[in-house]
Design a protein around this ligand. Structure first.
Ligand code: SF4
Length: 186
């Protein structure tokens, strides 16, 4: 069966496939352009996202918007989502079984979007999407290629909240993402 964006959204809204459904306020579906070339994937919604049902609101969202602005991108040009769509209590990392239960939704989002570039935001996303032993400190900003897609990872904006000195480093990674988009699309 061929699902549409609307079908996926409805499934996520009613999903009880893992225990996070019992503690969430609102599941958080990906947002952005369904024609985007760049897909950003983080690990899980935070507390404010859980309240509003929108990814990357609050202070992490402000940092992401600033990074995008610095690189000449807007949220309307990209698609942002998470590995798990429901907020893990206490902002803990999502458990393996939660990531696996939710992964089909991410697969459908990726299938429908067909991004040219996937950017993992943070260790948890990079280790699920790129490789299980991915080291964000050493490997952020590096690229791998799968079929017609280039994949990279950088720090999650919340890491910049904890350590503002990381901002410039992450901005450099975002510059490279924009450069890759230009090269990769030519
Ligand atoms: S995290 Fe994913 S699998 Fe778990 S309840 Fe939410 S939508 Fe369903």
């Amino acid at each position: 069966m061929q699902y549409t964006w609307n079908d996926i959204e409805q499934h996520i809204a009613a999903c009880t496939c893992c225990p996070l459904s019992r503690t969430r306020n609102r599941p958080v579906m990906g947002r952005g352009s369904h024609q985007a070339d760049i897909m950003l994937i983080a690990e899980a919604p935070g507390g404010q996202e859980d309240q509003q049902g929108i990814p990357f609101v609050g202070r992490s969202g402000e940092i992401l918007d600033s990074l995008l602005r610095d690189c000449g991108l807007t949220r309307e040009e990209i698609y942002i989502t998470n590995i798990v769509k429901c907020h893990p209590p206490g902002n803990r990392d999502p458990k393996d079984e939660e990531k696996e239960a939710c992964f089909p939704y991410l697969k459908y989002e990726t299938y429908l979007l067909k991004p040219k570039i996937i950017v993992c935001l943070g260790r948890v996303a990079a280790q699920r999407i790129i490789s299980a032993d991915f080291r964000i400190t050493r490997q952020h900003g590096t690229w791998i290629y799968r079929k017609n897609c280039a994949l990279t990872a950088t720090y999650h904006p919340s890491a910049i909240l904890r350590d503002p000195s990381k901002y410039e480093m992450v901005k450099e990674d975002f510059y490279e993402i924009v450069k890759k988009k230009t090269e990769w699309m030519d």
